[in-house]
Design a protein around this ligand. Structure first.
Ligand SMILES: Cc1ncc(COP(=O)(O)O)c(C=O)c1O
Length: 389
């Protein structure tokens, strides 16, 4: 029967991140810096709201788009923080994490043969969905320009088949954050084009050094063609609760809602009630401030350690990843990480997991305790010293 399976699905690779994780997760001697998963648990007040939701019998289906009060809270939240303006009645969907929002957005706008532009290196969650839609991912190599897209680079890749461009700020795997000027320059180009923008903003709360998060949907003329994706997964240490959002104009939301209602019906009801509490409590609670300050402290630490080791690395300004260049020792990124796992007992992700343009780099997630990070950096430094130069 195997030959009857969908070839598109059969040809998908499991993500490079999961491949490494599967290799190392059962070995307690290895420090695992692979996953984009906060080491913090969800703040207590959100957990309490979840428990209360069960006691209050929020155990059935909700409306497809999500509990109205949650959509209202989401609308206020993105308005307060980022100046976004979305109507909870018909422009917001609550989804099963950002992943489902990305899936339903791409399935709503892509047709076979259409092209999707991606900044590369890029998060590995988009390409498989594009392939399942029989559309074509087109990578734009940002390696020569500090890993940032520019209007010029985008323009070079636009064809009459381009249907969508994916933007992500702060970015995974590099942690770059676009400035307002950079976002507006890109917006000025895209507002003249019939191209949708999928703006993945799941790390929007996690910016450092006073960096402001700017959404491309705030560029005049862009809201009508932009789907903003967000989630509580990273900002509130809620990866397992599976709450994400899409913010998009009504004509798009209406169509995405159909796809969502047939694949997920609704997001988890208990998580939705807890999410109301998370959003209404804002970003200034002690628990949230502690997480954000810790990520910044860890970012400073790992960045300095890599600089001291002589590695080329862009200083991340957001998210919780760092993406150093592999020194020129004749190893590709898979070989480098395999050896690092075997000899240094530290697991990271080879850059080629983030498109072929990530070759020559590796990614570390610093959403880990300082103690683990210190030991991991000591091990990497010691191991690298004895590598042939
Ligand atoms: C850029 C980016 N978008 C989306 C996701 C998926 O988020 P969620 O867990 O909310 O589905 C991730 C997870 O690592 C991510 O890094």
């Amino acid at each position: 029967m195997k030959h009857l399976l969908n070839q598109q699905v059969k040809s998908l690779q499991i993500s490079g991140i999961r491949q490494i994780l599967n290799k190392v997760s059962t070995n307690p001697d290895i420090i695992n810096l692979t996953l984009g998963q906060p080491d913090f648990t969800t703040p207590g007040y959100i957990k309490e709201a979840g428990k209360q939701a069960m006691d209050d019998h929020y155990t059935g289906y909700t409306t497809n788009a999500g509990i109205y009060e949650l959509r209202k809270a989401a609308s206020h939240y993105v308005n307060n923080l980022y100046g976004l303006d979305y109507n909870p009645d018909n422009e917001i969907l609550v989804t099963t994490g950002a992943s489902e929002a990305i899936d339903i957005a791409l399935r709503t706008i892509l047709t076979p043969g259409s092209e999707v532009l991606l900044p590369a290196p890029v998060y590995s969650g988009y390409e498989p969905i594009i392939q399942l839609c029989n559309a074509t991912p087109v990578f734009m190599d940002t390696g020569q320009q500090n890993f940032k897209l520019t209007a010029d680079l985008i323009e070079k890749h636009i064809t009459d088949k381009t249907r969508c461009i994916i933007l992500s700020s702060p970015s995974n795997p590099i942690g770059i954050v676009y400035t307002k000027e950079e976002i507006f320059e890109i917006g000025e180009l895209l507002k003249q084009k019939d191209i949708f923008v999928l703006s993945d903003e799941v790390y929007s709360e996690l910016t450092y050094d006073g960096r402001e998060h700017v959404s491309i949907a705030t560029v005049p003329g862009m809201k009508d063609k932009t789907i903003v994706i967000n989630a509580l997964s990273k900002s509130h240490a809620m990866t397992g609760w599976r709450i994400g959002f899409s913010f998009a104009p009504a004509y798009l939301t209406e169509e995405m809602l159909k796809v969502h209602s047939f694949c997920a019906v609704c997001a988890n009801s208990i998580s939705q009630v807890a999410a109301i509490n998370a959003l209404e409590s804002g970003m200034e609670t002690e628990e949230i401030k502690l997480m954000k300050n810790s990520y910044k402290e860890r970012r400073d630490y790992v960045y300095q350690r890599f600089i001291d080791m002589g590695l080329h690395v862009v200083k991340p300004e957001g998210a919780f990843y760092i993406f150093p260049q592999i020194p020129d020792i004749g190893l590709n990124s898979t070989e480098f990480i395999d050896q690092m796992i075997a000899d240094a007992k530290v697991a990271a992700i080879p850059g080629n997991a983030f498109s072929p343009f990530g070759e020559g780099y590796f990614r570390i997630s610093y959403a880990q305790s300082m103690e683990n990070l210190r030991t991991a950096m000591d091990r990497i430094e010691k191991w690298m010293k004895q590598l042939p130069s």
